[in-house]
Design a protein around this ligand. Structure first.
Ligand code: WT7
Length: 644
């Protein structure tokens, strides 16, 4: 085996794993490849409860796919009801609020909460086919909101609480949502993050919104619009908790999640019901090796796809006990996460390289204050994990005992596509190792031909899988153009990758104009559009710049309008950073604003971001995030991509 460090699955781990050897892993892959229909039908039968069975396992008319057509199921039923008999008193959620409030919610209690809230929504006149936007803090009611919608067939779109009123508005409008579920606010770093105010601002321009339900969380003062806004607890008074789950088509739209594309307008990624549930539950076993006694902690916010697939739908459908923590890792001190791991005896921890790097910076004394011996498996997601972060995670958190699963996937893929199976696959730090069974991932050149071992190219997937994106909400052309026009019949991921001589995948980064800041996707164009809406800005070009903690940081090149009267560049830079935070959300706040006389452009007038990217990256960078970035390659591939 090539590569310096290889970590074999610990014997004990492999001995009790769902997939305990390379042969077993390869056997699954072989079965899935040779007989995809039989393989996925078997998985769907094993992992999901169906009210009615399908006529066809899948129908593939590229770029459109249907999974389990003709079947009826319900995501909330799968996440809650079907566990009542066997796991009614098992904890579904172990919740800890940032101020220290704690709640254990069993599957039986979750069933009541979801049923009651679904009845509330029903009484307000909402039904299958309607759309809701959920803009809530990380509290159990956010999960209840998602599941209550799913129970009735209301397609939800969760908007991360860090997004601004402007961003929220754009999403409500694009989805034509008629229902908004929110809270007065949430807690973050000891401060109240007010949500209802942003909802008021957004909904003022959304006449289609008929009803806003507000959860009381922080107790701050809010304004309630008569007839439109209602308190969650008031609507629930005297309402029954028995609400039958609707039998929905396997292809019923479960949720739309907006993510950044290469234009200024975010894309509404549509996921449906049966295939999504099948795949997310399968990966709970394959990737996380989930067992009945595990305590699973995914630190992602429900506003991102990781929160959807691995805090809510995957683990709950698999009957897991999930830790849910509301706030920041450094509140009241940098050992908060380790306190949570110790208190709930978490066995599996799933987080991002950005978080790990931030924790490393604080020193080992924080984790060392706590008993982390309950942990048996660690996971990483969102961006490549650099060797130093991997080593620290493995040694300081996992005490050298816990395998690390480096999981590659995207909002569009719905679930994890490339990751080690921890009981089967030897790890190489920084590599996602191999694809899951049935995922025919390949690294190809510009013509779609596989590249030789160790060669770099575009990462594609050659066959549909159950949890793949179905379309972009309201824009099937953009869906086809974005993912299937380059190599018809194949899903184009937008990532560059390399496969080494052992067949291991190494993800190199995006080939399009998408940045990855703290594992969150952000479009350069989205930030540019926000900047040019400012009265002083003539033109803007935005690129990602390597950053020690967040992987990439937002760097903006700005030209000013003649006579904009701004000589104080320092003050204007501050103002523009704040402006972007207001237009998109605080997490998009640029790290750097550089003023420039002109911007480099192609003859056809396209901004040459790749030159700017070189400018911001060619400086020496502190930290070791650069070690994984083969910028030359990504730049070259990006250039081919641009010129096409
Ligand atoms: C992009 C998807 C999937 C949930 C979080 C992000 C990058 C994701 C990895 C990884 C290297 C990764 C890719 C991908 N990415 N996971 N393990 N190693 N890169 O979801 O916002 O849809 O972003 O994140 O570039 O395309 P997303």
């Amino acid at each position: 085996m090539s590569g310096t460090d290889v970590f074999f699955p610990p014997t004990e781990f492999a001995g009790s794993a769902h997939v305990g050897s390379l042969e077993a892993y390869r056997d699954l892959c072989r079965r899935a490849e040779e007989d995809p229909e039989g393989f996925w039908a078997g998985m769907a039968e094993q992992e999901v409860h169906w009210f009615e069975k399908w006529h066809h396992v899948f129908e593939w008319n590229p770029p459109f796919v249907k999974w389990f057509a003709g079947a009826k199921t319900n995501a909330a039923y799968n996440c809650v009801d079907r566990h009542l008999e066997t796991r009614g008193d098992k904890a579904a959620l172990l919740f800890e609020g940032e101020p220290g409030d704690r709640r254990t919610i069993t599957y039986r209690e979750l069933h009541s909460l979801v049923g009651r809230f679904a009845n509330v929504l029903k009484a307000q006149g909402f039904k299958a086919g309607d759309r809701s936007v959920i803009y809530m803090p990380m509290v159990p009611e956010a999960v209840v909101a998602m599941l209550a919608c799913a129970r009735l067939g209301i397609t939800h779109s969760v908007v991360f609480g860090g997004f601004s009123a402007e961003a929220l508005k754009a999403r409500i409008q694009d989805l034509e949502a008629t229902l908004v579920l929110t809270a007065d606010g949430g807690w973050r770093r000891g401060k109240e993050v007010r949500l209802k105010g942003a909802v008021d601002e957004a909904v003022a321009d959304c006449p289609g919104v008929k009803c806003v339900v507000v959860l009381r969380r922080t107790g701050c003062e809010v304004t309630m619009a008569a007839g439109r806004d209602h308190w969650w607890h008031e609507l629930e008074e005297g309402v029954s908790d028995e609400c039958p789950a609707e039998a929905l088509d396997a292809e019923h739209p479960l949720f739309v999640l907006y993510t950044s594309g290469t234009t200024g307008k975010p894309k509404g990624i549509l996921h449906t019901t049966g295939g999504y549930l099948t795949y997310t539950t399968c990966t709970m076993k394959w990737v996380f090796d989930l067992k009945e006694d595990d305590v699973f902690w995914c630190t992602a916010d429900i506003g991102w796809v990781t929160g959807h697939s691995y805090l809510v739908y995957g683990p709950l459908a698999a009957g897991a006990t999930c830790v849910m923590y509301e706030g920041a890792p450094d509140y009241p001190a940098w050992d908060r996460w380790w306190d949570v791991v110790e208190r709930y005896k978490a066995t599996i921890l799933y987080t991002s390289p950005t978080a790990i790097r931030a924790l490393i910076k604080q020193g080992e004394e924080y984790p060392n204050r706590h008993d982390l011996s309950s942990l048996r498996l660690l996971g990483s997601v969102g961006e490549p994990i650099n060797p130093a972060a991997w080593e620290w995670y493995h040694r300081v958190i996992g005490k050298g005992r816990c395998p690390i699963v480096d999981t590659w996937w995207q909002t569009e893929t719905g679930g994890i596509l490339i990751s080690p199976m921890p009981g089967a696959v030897p790890l190489k730090p920084g590599s996602g190792t191999f694809a899951m069974p049935g995922i025919l991932a390949e690294v190809v050149d510009f013509h779609g031909n596989p590249v030789a071992a160790d060669g770099e190219g575009f990462l594609i997937v050659k066959r549909p899988w159950p949890s793949m994106i179905r379309t972009i909400w309201g824009d099937p052309q953009r869906f086809e153009q974005q993912y299937f026009s380059r190599m018809p019949g194949n899903y184009f991921t937008g990532d560059a990758a390399r496969r080494d001589a052992d067949g291991y995948f190494w993800i190199l980064g995006r080939v399009d104009d998408v940045m990855n800041v703290s594992g969150h996707r952000l479009s350069t164009m989205e930030v540019e559009s926000a900047l040019v809406r400012h009265p002083a800005v003539a033109e803007a070009a935005v690129v990602g710049k390597p950053h020690e903690i967040t992987g990439q940081a937002v760097c903006c090149f700005v030209t000013l309008k003649q006579g904009s009267g701004s000589n104080d560049h320092h003050a204007l830079a501050q103002e523009l950073r704040q402006w972007v935070a207001h237009e998109i959300g605080a997490f998009a706040r640029p790290e750097e604003i550089r003023f420039s006389e002109t911007l480099p452009k192609t003859r056809s007038g396209k901004i040459m971001r790749r030159l700017l990217r070189e400018i911001v990256t060619s400086h020496t960078v502190t930290g070791d995030v650069t070690t994984l970035e083969d910028l030359g390659v990504v730049t070259k591939l990006a250039a081919q991509h641009d010129e096409d």
